[in-house]
Design a protein around this ligand. Sequence first.
Ligand code: GLA
Length: 340
Amino acid sequence: MHLYTIRNIHGLEAQLTNFGATLISLKTLDRHGKLADILLGYDDVAGYEHGTYYLGGSIGRYGNRIAMGKFNLNGTTYHLATNNGANHLHGGVRGYNKVVWEAKQLSGHAVEFRYTSKDGEEGYPGEVAIKIVYTLNDHNELRIDYSVDAAPGKDTVINLTNHSYFNLTANPQNTILDHVLMLKASRFTPVDSGLIPTGELRAVKGTPLDFTQATAIGARIGADDEQLKLGKGYDHNFVIDRTLVTTGQQSLVMAAKVYEPTSGRVLEVETTEPGIQFYSGNFLDGAEKGKDGQVYNFRSAFCLETQHFPDSPNHPEFPSTTLKGGGHYASTTVYRFSVR
Ligand code: GLA
């Protein structure tokens, strides 16, 4: 495992590794100008090899769930690993967060990772060549650019994301319940008991999933709500307010904003993707040793995973995740840091 460090003129610093093209740490400023690491992670490669939380990892070939690990493409049914009950999650048993990537430091600001995923890997059809570039610019933005070239011949599905866990207090012994979240999403994709979308795009209005006005994550997390019970908290894909197109890349739009009152840290998320999974760390259970020997407890971090909708290969009405043989896919997500 190799470590790569990128910095900007304000002292922000990100550390990455070629194992899983993983974001290991991210130091950002609080309102007093003090730098601290706001990401969950492990101290050594063994942590990343054995970890089950996907901390900071690059997720693929298909981020999030595919029902029964099964989908049909051009008349063929493909069977993927079922590693989440009956369903497929985050690329399978050995997803992209568990493979070694080729890495190249492009500059003091940027690192590039490449991985060729073979035809048949974890059951997916077709070979794809993936490139991920992380850039930390002087506007305090960590930008992640994904690009994928599919080998000619076979179509496939693709849905890449990053699974960083944030705690903007920079102390994961605090829960994230007092972080104030805004999501630019007036709809979400309700799920069944396996966290598979039913296909409905449901309005958030009048539900505890309405974050269109900035609201503390913990304000309604215990509400008597069917969707919150199914997710054991928030674990839902939100439909970012934008004109949905069925195929092709879109422009960057603001998807989410999080404010942490004690440190003053603000995180904004922009993406070209149609969806964002807001996950409130409900499966963090104190079972794994993280940085400095700490354990990560229930709701000690949140994820904002930009993505296409879960189980899209089985929902032709959702924006398509099909990548044609010989085709190209690109996606960008920006995490912007400031203070208030
Ligand atoms: C995603 C899923 C969650 C959980 C985490 C990893 O965010 O939606 O249900 O599996 O990854 O623990």
